[in-house]
Design a protein around this ligand. Structure first.
Ligand SMILES: [Zn+2]
Length: 221
């Protein structure tokens, strides 16, 4: 499998437009930027949207802004994680460049929590409403059938997994909502590492769900 194959699953236009305008929450922009590192098509669409935005902005009359708007802007500019920049596919650490600052000591130094063949490690990102986590499924591992109480955004970093709707490879970008249930299975030939951003806990189905769902919470860091 070619890890640099073109992604088949893309963020929608509205999300690209929000990213280009700088209005997408940073935690949501994170998986988007991982996708953009793989996807020339979305990268050029984003650049076009940014140019359109810049031209619109030039045509606007200046409006008075309140004092803390400037402070907020400076905070955003100082915090790389708020609006991650585009970049090429990294090879050095095996992690997309935009994630390297969040995993400074490598994957092995993270604290991993295990549910069956799924391991999950929450990253410190600072969005109080969203959990940002790396998820690792061992080769051939199955994640229990689950739905979503909110939105789950997933981007594949390496390896691949599949569910009833398709097979997802590096750079593929998926957004699951409350009506979507699936049972991800990692490919037999290698582990799968994904970045996931959740704004509400998963909802496992069947007996497992009845036992664990009441205890599941998102825990932003
Ligand atoms: Zn794309």
């Amino acid at each position: 499998m070619n890890p640099k194959s073109t992604p088949q699953f893309h963020p929608d236009q509205f999300m690209l437009a929000d990213y280009a305008a700088g209005t997408l929450p940073g935690a949501v922009a994170l998986p988007l930027v991982v996708h953009l590192e793989h996807c020339g098509q979305c990268r050029s669409e984003t650049q076009q949207l940014e140019e359109v935005g810049a031209r619109l902005f030039e045509g606007l009359d200046p409006v008075p802004v309140n004092e803390d708007a400037l402070e907020q802007l400076i905070l955003r500019l100082e915090d790389d994680s708020v609006q991650p920049a585009l970049g090429a596919i990294p090879v050095r650490s095996g992690l997309p460049r935009v994630l390297q600052g969040l995993v400074p000591d490598g994957l092995d130094a993270l604290a991993w929590k295990r549910i069956g063949s799924l391991r999950s490690s929450r990253l410190h990102f600072g969005d109080p409403r969203r959990e940002v986590a790396l998820q690792h499924i061992s080769a051939g591992g199955k994640v229990p059938q689950h739905g979503h109480r909110g939105t789950e955004i997933t981007v594949v970093i390496h390896g691949s997994f599949s569910d009833q709707d398709g097979c997802y490879r590096p750079g593929d970008f998926l957004m699951r909502g409350p009506d979507d249930a699936h049972r991800p299975v990692a490919a037999q030939d290698g582990d799968c590492l994904c970045l996931a951003v959740l704004d509400a806990p998963l909802r496992f189905q069947g007996l497992l769900g009845r036992i664990v769902n009441p205890f599941l919470k998102i825990r932003p860091r």
